[in-house]
Each structure stands twice: as structure tokens, then as C-alpha cells.
Design a protein. Structure first.
Length: 148
């Protein structure tokens, strides 16, 4: 398997095993301790600095599943070049717990997200995530649709 293929397999494991199966114990194998997270999931239990590191990855999985207990990620596309992996994925779940200050709505959400991961020595060392947060807020019923 080429380095690019190994890197794609690593990112796939993060989403399919650590995230979807809530196996946070796997993160030690997948994520570098000094990882840089450019889009941390904010929550009230972490400082901004903590959210950007290894702890931020662990809390990302936990917080997502606390708010959306049936949360899943479906990878639509993985592309790798050198030490970088690009991923397009769909996040789906039912809002049954507090999320970003929003009380549970019971609404089902689904949205496409994009991410870039940088890999060194078989571990994720850097991550960027882009999400359509307005779409999420609309699906949760806390924001109205944007005029077309």
C-alpha cells in the first residue's frame, strides 16, 4: 500500500471506527499527541487551547454523540496526495442532547462536510474541518432559511 493509501486508510479508521463506533480508545493509535485542530468543536468543558489538541479530538467524538446519540459519518470521497488527505463526508444524527447551547429538538439532521488531514509517521498531526453551520441550524429549527 502506498503512503497515500495508508494515509487514506488512517482517516477512514478515524471516521468509521473511532467516530461511528465511539471507540475513543483507538485515538491513541490514530492521532498524534501534539495534533493541531483548526476547527475544534466547542463545548463548555474545554478551553480553546484544549479543544485544539488531542483532547479536542476525543471530546469531538464524545460531544457529537452526547448531542446526537445515533450520529454517523458516511465518507463520500477520500483523496490523498503526499501527507495530506481530503475527505468529503455526510454527518447524520438525531438531536437528542444539548449542542452548542441549543436544547434538544428531536430533529434529524444531515449535512455534507469537508476536511483536510495531514499525516506524519502514521498519525494525524493536523486537521481542518469545514461545515455548513447555517444548514445545521436551519435543520435544528433555530435559524430560518436563507433567501435564494
Amino acid at each position: 500500500m502506498s503512503t497515500s493509501e495508508e494515509n487514506k486508510a488512517l482517516v477512514r479508521r478515524y471516521y468509521e471506527e473511532a467516530f461511528n463506533q465511539e471507540r475513543t480508545g483507538l485515538l491513541d493509535e490514530l492521532i498524534a499527541e501534539n495534533v493541531v485542530n483548526h476547527d475544534p468543536l466547542s463545548d463548555e468543558t474545554l478551553t480553546a487551547e484544549e479543544a485544539r489538541g488531542f483532547e479536542g479530538f476525543r471530546r469531538h467524538v464524545e460531544v457529537a454523540h452526547e448531542a446526537f446519540p445515533d450520529a454517523t459519518v458516511t465518507i463520500e470521497e477520500l483523496i490523498a496526495e503526499g501527507d495530506t488527505v481530503a475527505v468529503r463526508f455526510v454527518f447524520e444524527g438525531t438531536h437528542e442532547g444539548r449542542f452548542g447551547g441549543i436544547e434538544p429538538t428531536g430533529n434529524r439532521v444531515s449535512g455534507t462536510n469537508m476536511g483536510f488531514f495531514r499525516v506524519e509517521d502514521g498519525k494525524i498531526v493536523e486537521r481542518w474541518l469545514e461545515s455548513d453551520n447555517l444548514e445545521l441550524l436551519e435543520q435544528l429549527g433555530v435559524a430560518g432559511p436563507v433567501a435564494q
